[in-house]
Design a protein around this ligand. Structure first.
Ligand code: GLA
Length: 393
């Protein structure tokens, strides 16, 4: 753990002691993520390439003898209590954060896994609403807390699937598997090439020196994201239905090769065609970018990141002027290999691959360029790939 994480852990345990008069029996953490490439393909059975980041949600907890869950969120200085039998979403908007724990309690119960009452204190530093998967971090950390409290050993891939169900069916956002998968399974200093169909991965080491991952938050809140996200999903499914008449047996856009797409693209209405083209070309870019990384070709990786952004902007139409301005500012710095939006889009963050020697200039110049273009202040994080969820004690 980093020094910053250690001091947060101390803060968290001190609060737990203050509220409950004992040491916590359970300490867990689960990180947010940044997706390097492979965007909007995880609900098309495609390939994604995210890394866990060094920002996380930490939970300190202890078992109770009853079926109550008593929570305190340090970030909001807010408490929330619910019972494990017949879990409902929070009615008070100020307790919305507790829905992630409620979601996991609900899904554990629904899948016949044991649950136990707990006292828990939460402390997170994944920026909220920035597209760095604070929700997945909450869900995976909560799942690991409930598992530890009930003495369950849950395979991390299953934990990711439980968290996805929690978000889809309890929280109500129809997400893919990427965010919870990387939060549960991320590896320090690696990005994971995840096959979202087979749910297997390959851990690919990131260069140890010479290049940094720089995240830039546009501080544009992601307004339309949920409704547009669901529309994109439906458009992709529609493309599969239409293409299936010509390419029998395809289950998802993942199954359509670029050559087949060329051959049959004309059967799709224009917008559907653009959406499908993004997904099919993004899968190709992701696989090629991983090959480039493995052969040490960072320049090619950067070009493919740039290509990914253009495809998301023009064909998938999930970028926005703030993301485009940030990408443009980043690309104007010498030593930036590539820059793209990351996550669902419509605001949130960009990710850039930056030569170590250019990071200082990036930090000095990009915020000013971005502010000039948009009037907004940005937040920049130089990050490294962190370990996925852990039980710390
Ligand atoms: C959100 C979803 C993910 C994924 C990305 C886009 O982060 O939670 O499942 O679809 O958008 O790549």
């Amino acid at each position: 753990m980093t020094t910053a994480n250690c001091s947060r852990l101390e803060e968290l345990t001190a609060k737990y002691r203050e509220l409950h008069g004992t040491e916590p029996e359970i300490l867990v953490r689960a990180p947010g993520r940044v997706n390097l490439i492979g965007e909007h393909v995880d609900y098309n059975d495609g390939f994604v390439f995210p890394a866990a980041i060094d920002r996380d949600v930490m939970i300190a907890a202890g078992r109770r003898t009853d079926r109550q869950v008593k929570l305190h969120a340090m970030n909001f200085n807010q408490s929330s209590t619910f019972t494990l039998d017949g879990v409902q979403p929070a009615t008070d908007g100020r307790e919305r954060w507790s829905n992630y724990l409620r979601a996991m309690a609900w899904v554990f119960h629904d899948e016949g896994l044991g649950t136990a009452g707990i006292n828990a204190v939460l402390l997170g530093d994944v920026p909220l609403g920035a597209g760095l998967s604070s929700s997945a971090a909450m869900l995976v950390a909560s799942g690991n807390t409930f598992a530890a409290a009930a003495g369950l050993e849950i395979d991390p891939v299953r934990m990711a699937l439980l968290a996805q169900r929690g978000e889809r069916e309890f929280v109500g956002v129809n997400v893919g598997i990427m965010d919870m998968y990387i939060s549960a399974l991320g590896q320090k200093d690696h990005a994971l090439l995840i096959d979202t169909r087979s749910l297997t991965f390959e851990a690919v080491p990131l260069p140890e020196t010479g290049v940094s991952i720089v995240i830039a938050d546009t501080n544009k809140k992601r307004g339309l994201v949920d409704s547009e996200y669901n529309t994109r999903r439906a458009e992709c499914e529609h493309a599969v239905e239409l293409l299936r008449e010509h390419i029998p047996g395809i289950k998802a856009l993942r199954d359509v090769t670029p050559a087949q797409f060329e051959q049959y693209a004309s059967v799709l209405p224009e917008v559907t065609r653009k959406r499908a083209r993004h997904v099919i070309t993004e899968d190709e870019r992701t696989l090629e970018s991983v090959a480039a990384l493995k052969s040490g070709d960072i320049a090619r990786f950067g070009e493919l990141m740039n290509g990914s952004h253009e495809s998301l902007r023009i064909d998938y139409e999930v970028s926005c002027k703030e993301l485009d301005a940030m990408v443009e500012a980043a690309r104007s710095i010498e030593g930036v290999y590539g820059a793209r939006m990351t996550g669902a889009g419509f605001g949130g963050c960009t990710v850039s691959l930056v030569a170590d020697t250019a990071v200082e200039r990036f930090l000095d110049e990009v915020p000013a360029l971005y502010k000039k273009a948009t009037g907004l202040t940005s937040t920049i994080y130089v990050t490294t790939a962190a370990q996925g969820a852990q039980v710390l004690n």
